[in-house]
Design a protein around this ligand. Structure first.
Ligand code: GAR
Length: 207
């Protein structure tokens, strides 16, 4: 069984997609052992509670400085000892000590086709606002491994989504979630849980 910790900051629709996929066995060999949020008001914590999964709050606001927060975050993760960490709308930069220690065991979902509209400052609705500003006709979502960079690790999977004329950022965000994110992330977890992926020369291959 792959033991998974999901990290969240907000609504948690991606978390919900994962929980549903475990329930209906779209994801197999996987147990969600905990949900970590940096935000006390995250509805994702409610979703965890409704599923009888421990929800853990670790907020930078409760620590003297970033270093103290990073250490507490790493300590909590070590206590949970997951096989895989899934960032599902987690808007905190993962400390370098964690990416090093859990190298190849952290994945993230990003709401664009990386390398477009990613990196520092590109998160949540902002990504879709920038895509609309640029006038792209196709966008999408990406699941990737996490390294020390921002949205730079090896790409696991991507799915394209059409931009419709006169889309608002919220409409586009919803379409990208429905057509791409809620499918890609559960699929990637199932692939990892069942040993279907490997990294060769910095790129992800299906075995
Ligand atoms: C999702 O669209 C996710 O791709 C994005 O935040 C949203 C969280 O929604 N993540 C990033 O932008 C990371 N850079 P959710 O809480 O409903 O899953």
């Amino acid at each position: 069984m792959l033991r998974v910790v999901v990290c969240v900051s907000g609504g948690g629709t991606n978390l919900q997609a994962i929980l549903d996929a475990v329930d209906n066995k779209t994801i197999t060999n996987t147990e969600i052992i905990g949900v970590i949020s940096n935000n006390a008001g995250a509805y994702a914590l409610e979703r965890a509670k409704n599923h009888n999964i421990p929800g853990i709050l670790i907020s930078p606001k409760d620590y003297a400085d970033r270093e103290a927060f990073n250490q507490a975050f790493l300590d909590k993760m070590d206590e949970l000892a997951p096989d895989l960490i899934v960032l599902a709308g987690f808007l905190v930069k993962i400390p370098d000590a964690m990416t090093t220690k859990y190298s190849g065991r952290i994945i993230n979902i990003h709401p664009s086709l990386i390398p477009s509209f990613c990196g520092v400052g590109f998160y949540g609705l902002k990504v879709h606002e920038e895509a609309l500003k640029r006038g792209v006709k196709v966008t999408g979502a990406t699941v990737h491994y996490v390294n020390d960079g921002m949205d730079e690790g090896p790409i696991i999977a991507q799915k394209a989504v059409m931009v419709e004329q006169d889309d608002t950022a919220k409409e586009l965000q919803q379409r990208v979630m429905e057509q791409a994110e809620w499918k890609l992330l559960p699929q990637a977890i199932d692939d990892i849980a069942n040993g279907r992926l490997e990294i060769v020369d910095g790129k992800v291959r299906r075995k």
